[in-house]
Design a protein around this ligand. Structure first.
Ligand code: HEC
Length: 154
């Protein structure tokens, strides 16, 4: 066997090992896992629930509506207030808020009948649509956040 062939072979192993380490890296680097069946189910059901409970105001494409309904497609509020967002789906929101530098003062009604699983599905949908790619929001995360919702003034 010539040296060239051996070198090619080694190169092949090297490339494969490199590719494999990249794959291993990307699944360990905190990047959201969006390949599971569970993730897909959450997104599909979340979209249905979003269209039923949320899109009247926030619109199908998440753009919101003028000065009245804030956007979800790009929202610094969503990025900075993850647990509050889980709570407001169920309990609504009455305080004035600022989203992407604009203020919103209309209260949002909550949907008290939403289960933790439904909130997880809607959250997974809105946090993985448009500009967001945060990965699955598991129902266990929702259950512990919902217990801490501040609802006294609502
Ligand atoms: C009747 C209209 C209406 C419905 C229905 C509604 N919202 Fe809202 N939403 C609002 C308003 C108005 C605000 C601003 C509330 C405030 O300023 O206190 C808001 C605020 C928000 C915010 C925080 C601000 C932002 O843009 O990031 C999120 C997230 C949100 N809503 C998600 C949802 C989800 C998810 C649903 C469905 C479960 C929903 N909303 C249903 C009107 C609505």
């Amino acid at each position: 066997m010539s040296n060239a062939i051996i070198r090619l072979g080694l190169l092949g192993i090297g490339v494969a090992a490199f590719a494999f380490s990249l794959m291993a890296c990307s699944s360990n680097s905190g990047k959201p896992d969006t390949s599971s069946v569970k993730f897909t189910q959450y997104v599909v059901r979340g979209e249905e629930l979003y269209q039923k409970h949320c899109s009247n105001c926030h619109q199908k494409n998440g753009s919101g509506l003028g000065q009245v309904y804030p956007p979800l497609n790009t929202s610094d509020y969503m990025n900075q207030n993850f647990e509050k967002v889980l709570c407001l789906m169920k309990y609504g929101l009455k305080e004035p808020i600022t989203v992407n530098g604009k203020s919103y003062v209309q209260p949002m009604p909550g949907v008290v009948t939403l289960t933790d699983l439904e909130i997880a599905e809607i959250a997974t949908y809105i946090y993985n649509s448009w500009d967001h790619a945060q990965g699955i929001v598991d129902v266990t995360e929702v259950s512990s956040a919902i217990k801490n919702c501040v609802t006294a003034d609502q």
